[in-house]
Write a protein that binds this ligand. Structure first.
Ligand code: IMP
Length: 476
């Protein structure tokens, strides 16, 4: 049997090339996530329960990337997360949340909190706008009182099709933050909020759909309810679905891809994870719009330890990229990215984007609370195939393992870990994007595709690796 070499990020460096770039701003990080989706930066937050729910996905889209909502939620919860992302950034919210006038103030507060909004439109039984309640109306109101008694009745409205400029003018003129859209008969047709208008100006690089709303993806599995889940996610506005299982080059996965594409022919579909050209070919033949590459490379992954299987990430990307290029299908490098240098190498090797788990796990936007240990702040980051995640999942599905269950029945392929609390994901993404822009410049490239053409890798020895780190100094 012939044994090939497999390489990963720390085995290689990119050879510097002549560059005419004098400022990072001359580089363009635009890329393709999948056949039909473009991003302004090549970063994707991982579909893991300690990484991506709506607040991470909103931050990723604002930065120009995308987040993939994990699938370890009920269908309604996952679709709800997608909806929250979509609502967070559209200038006109098409179906604003409403409440009847006879509801109690306490009920209105609970409903607003559940939906994560600061105000509600009040709709009469005929669906016409009866009033509006905002934080100010509710602040000191008696919780047992009726919405009708505290709402503002004299509401400034605009007609469907109002421009952002006109909405801004009206909101300024009347010193209001919410502008309902009604038709000639008073039926509610939408809502413009001042926050959404400022967001549009504050995040010029944001990745948006055709209606100006943030892009968002959502993961599905290969068992049970995946078609029902896909339908709900697409209905909520997900721009792309990701069929995500540990061994994506499998009949289970290929069958799922075919079924989803058959049921929803227009659905943009990513599938993974794979690590070989044969895996990429089979997924592409089954109809995917991008492949996700990485088996055993994740920071919390023990697949290689437990099963002996995997391919070092750089080789996996290069092998799959060769197959993807022939079909014009983008490739996402997933797992093992610890620095902007790793991301640059993955992209230079042929990936169009990079999925990040551990790098984003400890941020303000990742799900979970901040823990303090020995005066330092941490968050939990865990593999989706870790014991804790598997048991948590079963408990959520109403099948909690009995107290005397034999834990040896679970064979974990991931670990649960603590990562330092890192603050806002926006700052991490800025650092990554800045490092990548410099990386492009070292390759003499203005764009990611140019870098892929120019890239020349050189293998390094252990001594070369040691030389690449800060050495012979005490780092302050
Ligand atoms: P990281 O960016 O190196 O932390 O890797 C994140 C990636 O690890 C995810 O996007 C998944 O592809 C993968 N992953 C997540 N959970 C597990 C697990 O439990 N076992 C193996 N791989 C995992």
């Amino acid at each position: 049997m012939e044994i090939r070499d497999g390489l990963t990020f720390d085995d290689v460096l990119l050879v510097p090339k002549y560059s005419d770039i004098s400022s990072r701003s001359q580089t363009d990080l635009g890329t393709r996530l999948s056949r039909n989706i473009r991003l302004n930066i090549p970063f994707v937050s991982a579909n893991m329960d300690t990484v991506t729910e709506s607040s991470m996905a909103v931050a990723m889209a604002r930065a120009g990337g995308i987040g993939i909502i994990h699938r370890f939620l009920t269908i309604a919860e996952q679709a709800g997360e997608v909806l929250k992302v979509k609502r967070s950034g559209s200038v006109v919210i098409e179906s604003p949340y409403t409440i009847p006038p006879d509801r109690t103030v306490g009920g209105a507060l609970a409903y607003a909190a559940e939906k994560g909004v600061s105000g509600l439109l009040v709709a009469g039984p005929d669906g016409r706008l009866a009033g509006i309640i905002t934080e100010r109306d509710l602040l000191f109101a008696d919780h047992a009182g009726r919405v009708a008694d505290v709402m503002t009745r004299d509401v400034v409205t605009a007609r469907p099709g109002v421009s952002a400029e006109e909405a801004k003018r009206l909101m300024h003129e009347h010193r209001i933050e919410k502008l309902p859209i009604t038709d000639g008969t008073g039926q509610i047709r939408g809502l413009v909020t001042s926050k959404d208008i400022t967001n549009a100006a504050d995040y010029p690089d944001a990745s948006k759909d055709g209606k100006g709303r943030p892009l968002v993806g959502a993961a599905v599995g290969v068992r049970g309810d995946f078609l029902e889940r896909s339908e709900a996610l697409l209905g909520a506005g997900a721009d792309v679905l990701v069929v995500d299982i540990a061994h994506g080059h499998s009949e289970n996965e290929l069958g799922t891809v075919r079924s989803i594409k058959k049921a929803f022919p227009d659905c943009e579909l990513i599938a993974g994870n794979i690590a070989t050209a044969a895996g990429a070919e089979d997924l592409i033949r089954a109809g995917v719009d991008a492949v996700k590459v990485g088996v055993g490379s994740g920071s919390i992954c023990i697949t290689r330890v437990v099963t002996g299987s995997g391919v070092p990430q750089l080789t996996a990307v290069m092998d799959c990229a060769a197959a993807c290029r022939d079909h014009g299908v983008p490739l996402i490098s997933d797992g093992g990215t610890r620095t902007s240098g790793d991301a640059t190498k993955a992209l230079a090797a042929g990936a169009s984007s990079v999925m990040l788990g551990g790098m984003l796990g400890g941020t303000d936007e990742s799900p979970g609370t901040v823990l303090t240990k020995n005066g330092k702040r941490f968050k939990v980051y865990r593999g989706m195939a870790s014991l804790a995640a598997s048991i948590g999942r079963k408990a959520k599905e109403g099948a909690a393992p009995p107290p005397d269950a034999d834990l040896n029945d679970y064979v974990a392929e991931g670990v649960e870990a603590m990562v330092p609390h890192k603050g806002s994901v926006t700052d991490i993404i800025k650092q990554l994007a800045g490092g990548l822009r410099s990386g492009l410049s070292y390759c003499g490239a203005h764009t990611i595709p140019q870098m892929q053409e120019n890239a020349e890798f050189i293998k390094m020895s252990r001594a070369g690796f040691a030389e690449s780190q800060p050495h012979d100094v005490s780092v302050v």
